[in-house]
Write a protein that binds this ligand. Structure first.
Ligand SMILES: Cc1ncc(C[n+]2csc(CCOP(=O)(O)OP(=O)(O)O)c2C)c(N)n1
Ligand SMILES: [Mg+2]
Length: 571
């Protein structure tokens, strides 16, 4: 038993023991003791945000990038509520995030005291475990369980509320041990069953996604795919699991999918779904694979036991971590001369065609061509560049036309939350300072968390920000035009001067209105990142007519009127 320590000191000691080396936070008077203890703990780096969503988004991005748990610390009611979006995101993205909340003192709990919030009911539906620690001597037990829970099986967020007086109490208590991330592994019988199913198949495909794909796991997957000459599809916003240049890569199953790829998924007779949760965006709204028993034979391998059989009753369910699965697959005896081998090249050719400059740009070239922007970006950026994006139609250009070349290069929210990209990119740059980090946002998306530019400047995180400014919440406008043609409401934005805004924070700002000017602005911005060690932002003045690679407002209006059911005229 160690000497008497304050609850705050015990907490910080446990975080160190658990291998935590950074905390993302917005301070609050509810956990002053913890902040004070950090002064004497230089090995625990504090990153201070400007909004608590920045803290939880950063903790999640750090976790997805490094495979290590990300920890955020916020204050009670207002802080916890601001942090909630990052917890919902960590749940949907299966990320090991631990959120610590400074709570009101136990003596006033349940009186709706100043800023009091019941964390259990607030977070119950969006995390793996939420608890309140009511005694300083139990902090080691709770922190160990929090890290253990967040990092094992299907990973996900955990929330611990820490009342102010508990952090101030003194206690003599023993430290816990470091957590061990526990993952299941496939059995011999399961691998044999998978091989038998593959041997019987005519049109199989691999559908990969989810977190937990280490570089070694991706490499083992490549071995399995090549040996069995299988086509590979990456799930929505997990495009970096498999090198997009590989001849067996045939595209992304996500929003704005290649219709010919969607058809291939529907017509497959065996889907090997590895690591992917088979959510709505990856299954075309549960249409390409239909629950509960899909028309395709299905092998579903997932780290979470509770995920298997939840939506789809697969023919073969394998509870396994991805490194464990991929290591076994790499050793599996391949299928000799598979019947499907010849089909892969045709599927790859369809992917190649899908990447060509879309027809809509040929017909009516905008001043600024987003396809050209993607081509030039890919050509200028190193292969291991980390690319972050938030939610909005601008991201369709990225997902379709920007190939991901290495594992750990994509940070994109499968929860579809706007505002993710800015903090994610800053966390990425702080975690991997030697890599180039690019943040791609829409005008709406950027301003949800754009104030974290201050954080980027404070911590010298030279991230390149690209803002696709079309003066609107374009995605919603697109749905509006389809559903209620010509009736525009709530989607038009009056924006600030984004490049001046970047300058006001201390970064460099550029504005591009013509395709021909993009290359020079990109070169200047990248040079400024290197020389100033501060962020740079390029605002792209986008054509508001161009809603997506296949949709223009002017065309949609005519089209929308034609496809909507005719109402009987009011006679
Ligand atoms: C936090 C959050 N709020 C609202 C939405 C609904 N939503 C989805 S896309 C979108 C508009 C995105 O606008 P912008 O970033 O400008 O991108 P654009 O679609 O114009 O390319 C909205 C409001 C969301 N996904 N996330
Ligand atoms: Mg927009």
């Amino acid at each position: 038993m160690s000497d008497s320590r304050s609850g705050a000191r015990i907490l910080v000691d446990q975080l160190l023991l658990q291998g935590v080396d950074r905390l993302f936070c917005v301070p609050g008077e509810s956990y002053l003791g913890v902040l004070d203890a950090l002064i004497d703990t230089p090995s625990l780096r504090l990153i201070v945000n400007r909004h608590e969503s920045g803290s939880t988004f950063m903790a999640g991005a750090y976790a997805r990038l490094t495979g290590q748990p990300g920890v955020a610390f916020v204050t009670r009611g207002p802080g916890a509520c601001n942090a909630a979006i990052g917890i919902h995101h960590a749940q949907q993205d299966s990320l090991p995030v631990v959120l610590l909340v400074g709570q009101v003192p136990t003596g006033v709990l349940e009186r709706e005291a100043f800023q009091e919030i019941d964390c259990r009911s607030l977070f119950a539906s969006m995390c793996k475990w939420v608890a309140q620690v009511d005694r300083a001597d139990r902090i080691p037990e709770f922190v160990a369980r929090a890290l253990q829970t967040a990092t094992s099986g299907r990973q996900g967020p955990v929330v611990l509320a820490l009342p102010e007086d508990v952090l101030e109490q003194s206690a003599r208590t023993a430290d816990a041990r470091c957590h061990q991330s526990v993952q299941a592994a496939p059995s011999d019988t399961q691998i044999a069953a998978l091989r038998r199913m593959l041997g019987r198949a005519q049109r199989p495909m691999v559908l990969v996604g989810g977190p937990g794909w280490s570089a070694a796991a991706s490499e083992n997957l490549r071995g399995f795919v090549e040996a069995n000459r299988l086509p590979v599809v990456c799930a929505f916003r997990y495009q970096d699991v498999f090198d997009n240049r590989h001849p067996n890569y045939i595209g992304e199953a996500g929003l704005g999918i290649n219709p010919r790829l969607a058809e291939r998924i529907r017509n497959a007779d065996l889907v090997l779904a590895f690591g992917v949760r088979l959510g709505e965006a990856t299954t075309g709204g549960y249409r390409w694979l239909q629950p509960p028993v899909p028309q395709q034979a299905l092998v579903h391998a997932h780290a979470g036991l509770e995920e298997l059989g939840r939506v789809y009753q697969a023919d073969l369910m394998i509870n396994t971590g991805m490194p464990q699965l991929a290591a076994r697959l790499a050793m599996m005896a391949p299928i000799d001369e598979p019947v499907w081998a010849g089909a892969v090249a045709a599927a790859r050719e369809q992917y190649r065609q899908w990447q060509q400059r879309p027809e809509i740009l040929e017909q009516q070239a905008p001043n600024l061509d987003p396809w050209q922007v993607m081509q030039q970006l890919r050509a200028a950026l190193p292969a291991d560049t980390i690319v972050c994006n938030g939610a909005g139609n601008f991201s369709i250009w990225l997902h379709r036309f920007f190939p991901y070349l290495a594992p750990g290069t994509q940070l994109a929210p499968t929860s579809g939350c706007m505002g993710y990209a800015v903090p994610a990119a800053i966390a990425a740059k702080i975690s991997a300072p030697d890599k180039t980090v690019v943040c791609i946002s829409g005008d709406g998306d950027f301003l949800m968390t754009g104030q974290e530019l201050a954080t980027a400047c404070q911590y010298n995180a030279p991230v390149l920000f690209l803002v696709f400014n079309n003066g609107m919440y374009g995605t919603v406008r697109m749905h509006q035009e389809r559903r209620f043609p010509g009736r525009v409401v709530g989607t038009t934005l009056t924006n600030p001067d984004f490049s001046a805004l970047a300058g006001a924070y201390g970064g460099a700002g550029f504005r591009v209105t013509q395709t021909a000017d993009f290359a020079a602005a990109l070169a200047q911005a990248l040079a400024s990142l290197r020389s100033r060690r501060l962020p740079a932002l390029i605002e792209l003045a986008c054509d508001p007519q161009l809603l997506s690679p296949s949709t223009r407002i002017d065309e949609l209006r005519a089209d929308a009127a034609a496809i909507l059911p005719k109402r009987p005229s009011a006679a």
